[in-house]
Design a protein around this ligand. Structure first.
Ligand code: TMP
Ligand code: ZN
Length: 433
């Protein structure tokens, strides 16, 4: 079936055009990148679904010329995107360590005491709640994915199945009192109705409480060409300046900010209700953003050109390996990988499959390109000569785990910012790249 035959007509209620800035409501939105028609990036298919039509949705990105917020041009109905949400941080040691660190810093900074309430919108399978619970706080997770909330509740990590809205925040406050801490990790970028979300935060937060949010940082995305992190679930890509402006409209002041390595470069933002003095770090990061040209459409247009170049380079690198009869596979059936393979049209004729540790994905096929997802354990059996690391955010963890694969001659390719074969440096029995 050709791609055109394969696409089904997308119904009007499935998607709508973003007409006004999600941050400041201005209509002055300017498109700078068009990644084309893309499938929902986490919609893995069973074998039986391969011959059925698959919905594709436009994926474009625009800049608000009023407040400089970067956002998608279209919003796909979240029920389609999150119906079978498969992301589960418990699978990654990197994320478990990350959430331990977050809980410690959150408790220290907010001066939360044992028994204070911490509310975690987007709590997923409860991995984020565990360290707060160990530190003696009352925890409440809020997540729309029933399957993941069940996992958390079965471990005694109190989680309610819902979106985080103003209405839910009122209910939570009635039942549990106000929250000393609200933490939102990789949540705000997924929310279409930011007004409702932040009204929820301010309704529920204690007047001395702290709201801590983390998300991939737009300047890193631009600098490192992480365009594969642009997909329908990530509605907004925040830099600090537009985020500060947005929070201020809800009476929240950003008091401090910290840069993080996670997910290709993120920031952790500390905000409190009321008028307060931001730290020097906040002011200097915002000044740096101005100097990097983030308030100017030409910066984004340049980025867009580079994106097309990476796409072409990756495809020609893989084609040249194939010409030399090497087998090339993918590693990490991430949403990012699904964007990249669709963008560069890397189908089964180029990639033999994608290795992944997630049991739910194994045996299924990736959206759009229909690459088979194979178990991580079968990498050594098949020993493809090259593996493209689509989960580049876990490069260190994966590369060090796959020592035997490398010893037998297997090589990894990192696709961005310049597609390249990973070189290793070995010292004291440990290797790095
Ligand atoms: P993510 O970047 O969207 O979290 O996706 C990462 C994918 O990589 C996820 O499907 C799990 C997979 N993965 C492995 O296969 N092996 C690993 O060691 C790690 C850390 C992740
Ligand atoms: Zn705006």
């Amino acid at each position: 079936m050709s791609l055109a035959e394969h696409q089904i007509e997308v119904k009007q209620q499935d998607i709508f055009r973003n007409e006004y800035c999600r941050g400041c409501e201005s209509p002055k939105l300017e498109t700078f990148l068009n990644l084309g028609q893309m499938p929902a990036p986490n919609r893995f298919l069973n074998r039986a679904e391969l011959d059925q039509a698959e919905p594709f949705y436009p994926l474009t990105v625009e800049l608000c010329n009023e407040c400089n917020l970067v956002q998608l041009g279209h919003v796909v109905n979240p029920e389609i995107l999150f119906a079978n949400y498969v992301y589960s941080p418990a699978a990654s040691k990197t994320m478990i360590r990350h959430f331990d660190g977050l809980a410690q810093i959150a408790v220290a900074r907010s001066e939360a005491q044992p028994n204070d309430l911490v509310v975690v919108p987007g709590s997923n399978d409860g991995t984020q709640l565990k360290p707060f619970s160990r530190l003696g706080l009352r925890v409440l997770g809020v997540d729309p994915a029933k399957n993941l909330a069940e996992i958390a509740n079965s471990e005694g990590l109190n989680t309610q199945v819902s979106l985080f809205t103003e209405e839910e925040a009122k209910n939570i406050k009635d039942q549990h009192g106000s929250a000393k801490l609200i933490t939102a990790t990789n949540v705000v970028a997924h929310v279409h109705d930011l007004k409702d979300f932040f009204k929820g935060v301010t309704t529920l937060l204690d007047k001395d409480g702290m709201f801590i949010s983390e998300f991939p940082y737009l300047p890193d995305l631009i600098k490192k060409l992480e365009f594969d992190t642009i997909y329908h679930e990530h509605l907004t890509h925040f830099a600090l300046a537009p985020y500060q402006r947005l929070l201020a409209t809800h009476g929240l002041t950003i008091v401090d900010v910290e840069k993080l390595e996670v997910h290709g470069g993120s920031i952790r933002v500390f905000a409190k209700p009321g008028d307060r003095q931001p730290s020097g770090e906040v002011e200097s990061l915002i000044a740096t953003e101005g100097a990097q040209g983030l308030n100017n459409i030409s910066t984004y247009q340049r980025f867009s050109k580079d994106v097309y170049q990476v796409g072409r380079d990756l495809r020609s690198l893989l084609e040249s390996l194939q010409d030399r009869n090497y087998t090339v596979a993918g590693y990490g059936a991430s949403a990012k990988g699904n964007i990249l393979t669709n963008f560069c049209r890397l189908g089964p004729e180029i990639l033999s499959g994608i290795y992944d540790s997630t049991p739910y994905k194994q045996g299924k096929f990736t959206p759009g390109m229909h690459l088979p997802v194979l178990s991580e354990g079968s990498l050594l059996e098949n020993q493809p000569e090259f593996s493209v690391l689509f989960a580049w955010n876990f490069a260190e963890e994966i590369i060090s785990k796959q020592r035997e694969y490398r010893k037998r001659g297997g090589q990894f390719i990192i696709p961005i910012p310049v597609p390249s074969v990973v070189k290793y440096v070995e010292s004291n029995g440990k290797d790095s790249y």
